[in-house]
Design a protein around this ligand. Structure first.
Ligand SMILES: C[S@@+](CC[C@H](N)C(=O)[O-])C[C@H]1O[C@@H](n2cnc3c(N)ncnc32)[C@H](O)[C@@H]1O
Length: 372
């Protein structure tokens, strides 16, 4: 069976290594999209365990699609009657890159018609769609005039871990936070800090990584409703994840923020996944006497979109890059849209990778621990 995973731009290398560590063979990878071989167990395992994937798909059909008739035939090939849960409304999402067919609404309409006709088959059975039931999503991906029809096995995107019970304005996505921590190569025996932690996402993801807590352990997935769900050993894989957790292993992880309400949210979020005693959250203004000198610091400071906030952003960035300058054994990184960051990061031996934070074009300036 062929599977595929999507991710945030800039995180494909991290997702690739996550998939390979789970033992699956990747046969194609491009920005944001990785195809690999798997089985029913892999559907459960990847949904439960991949930290940087947005969604996991089962490939349904594939072929050249230079016109709508061609696309229709490819989509109709799917064994929809066997694949779709009875009664769930089917939504088609479409992406087109470098292809003659580029009208997304027309692609969606064509694929939907093909799914309905494919479902009807020779018997002519009408595909029931009950708006009260949860939606099932199908992705039509066109690249270089090749169409791939993919069944979404995740449902809610995988950044929705289920622990975000309290929020702040514009938190970073959990999948992105995990990607930043993984890129930092944090050594779990060393301290970890996020001094602009907001609702705590980066620190909580760091704790989940160090303690081997599966990112999907709290949530449910679309594949549980599929007619072939019995063949997916979901409960077995969940139990395996629980067995692999190392919750009692001690770690030094602290998130801090100047805003009391943010710290309150961070504590509630950590408690929702049972990490309230593993991650310390405190109110503190950065910089301060306790600023980390060795270990890993990963953070998402204010970028200063509005003029009044520009001064706050400038001093935050100056102080952050100074912390890295004055402490050569400090590793980690800063994700930011702040343009002067490129200037501040000069001479620090930091890599600089384009990683958007949602719709905001950002860069991640980071350096990994010296392995010498
Ligand atoms: C972009 S938000 C971080 C969002 C966070 N990554 C999350 O997932 O919720 C930036 C945070 O920096 C905090 N902040 C601004 N200036 C600060 C300072 N000097 N010291 C500490 N925190 C500060 C703000 O209160 C805000 O919560």
């Amino acid at each position: 069976m062929r599977l595929a995973a999507t991710c945030n731009f800039g995180l494909s290398s991290v997702l690739k290594s996550e998939i390979q560590k789970l033992g699956y063979e990747i046969f194609e990878s491009t920005d944001r999209f990785i195809r690999f071989n798997g089985d029913f167990r892999a559907v459960a395992r990847t949904n439960l365990r991949l930290r940087t994937a947005n969604r996991i798909y089962i490939e349904v059909s594939e072929g050249e699609a230079k016109d709508f008739d061609g696309l229709f035939e490819i989509a109709k090939k799917g064994e929809w009657k066997r694949i779709l849960p009875t009664g769930c409304p089917v939504t088609i999402r479409a992406v087109s890159e470098k292809s003659m067919l580029d009208s997304l609404p027309s692609i969606q309409k064509t694929v939907k018609k093909a799914v309905v006709e494919g479902y009807a088959g020779r018997t002519g059975e009408i595909m029931p769609e009950d708006p009260e039931l949860p939606e099932i999503s199908v992705l039509a991906l066109l690249r270089n005039d090749k169409a791939l029809i993919l069944l979404d096995t995740s449902g809610d995107p995988l950044h929705k871990r289920g622990y975000r019970v309290a929020g702040v304005e514009a938190p970073i996505k959990e999948t992105l936070a995990a990607g930043l921590v993984l890129l930092s190569n944090w050594r779990y025996s060393e301290p970890f800090r996020d001094p602009f932690c907001g609702s705590g996402t980066i620190a909580i993801e760091a704790a989940m990584i160090a303690k081997n807590i599966a990112p999907g352990i709290l949530r449910s997935f679309a594949f549980e409703r599929f007619p072939f769900a019995d063949e997916i050993p979901f409960e077995e894989e969940r139990q395996e994840c629980l067995k692999r957790e190392m919750r009692d292993k001690p770690h030094d992880i602290v998130g801090s923020d100047v805003d009391m309400e943010a710290i309150d949210s961070a504590r509630k979020n950590a408690a929702a996944i049972g990490l309230d005693r593993s991650v310390k959250f405190e109110v503190a203004e950065f910089p301060n006497a306790g600023t980390l000198r060795t270990g890993t610091l990963v953070t998402n400071p204010p970028y200063g979109e509005r003029l009044a906030d520009k001064r706050v952003a400038t001093s935050a960035h100056e102080a952050l890059f100074d912390a890295f300058r004055s402490a050569p054994t400090l590793s980690g990184g800063i994700i930011t849209a702040f343009e002067e960051a490129a200037h501040f990061s000069g001479g620090l031996g930091m890599k600089d990778r384009k990683i958007p934070n949602g719709p905001i074009p950002c860069r991640y300036y980071f350096r990994t621990p010296n392995r010498g």
